[in-house]
Design a protein around this ligand. Structure first.
Ligand code: SF4
Ligand code: SF4
Length: 150
């Protein structure tokens, strides 16, 4: 087989492998149930191209540029040297009620609708949901189950 056909063969083998992996290999999945504790509405992280928002100055700049950010107030800061989010400010949404209800539920932003979504950072961080959250991350098929199939 000449080089050209070898390259074409490898190209199609890669595509087939990619499709196979997408269909049959393990995927990260969200499991569990919301406990309606409101923690996720009080511990929001924002990031820009430079990374997480870590200073009040940057947050104020964002608020000036995008009034949308005025819907949030600083609620704390992540202090954990082993966490890639160390130093990131956390934000509380102004629409969370004292009883942990969303006051704009039908109109809430898309990131609230999708929460908890699986981001590469979650995987990088060992798939940790917020402490106390009723959701958790898992794989749809564990390594031990692959061994059983053999
Ligand atoms: S932190 Fe988790 S359990 Fe609590 S309200 Fe948010 S999604 Fe629900
Ligand atoms: S809009 Fe509603 S669901 Fe979204 S963070 Fe605010 S209170 Fe929570």
């Amino acid at each position: 087989m000449n080089n050209f056909f070898k390259k074409v063969k490898i190209f199609f083998e890669d595509i087939i492998l990619d499709i196979y992996n997408k269909l049959f290999s393990s995927k990260y999945v969200v499991k569990g149930k919301c406990k309606k504790c409101g923690k996720c509405c009080r511990n929001i992280l924002f990031s820009t191209e430079e990374g997480y928002v870590k200073s009040k100055e940057l947050f104020n700049k964002l608020r000036k540029k995008y009034p949308y950010y005025n819907n949030y107030r600083i609620s704390g800061v992540i202090k954990d040297k082993d966490d890639v989010q160390n130093g990131a400010l956390t934000f509380e949404c102004k629409f969370i009620s004292k009883k942990n209800r969303c006051l704009i539920y039908p109109f809430r932003p898309s990131f609230c609708r999708k929460y908890p979504e699986i981001f590469p950072e979650f995987i990088y961080n060992g798939l940790k949901a917020l402490d106390g959250c009723g959701f958790y991350f898992d794989v749809n098929k564990k390594f031990s189950e692959y061994l059983k199939d053999e």
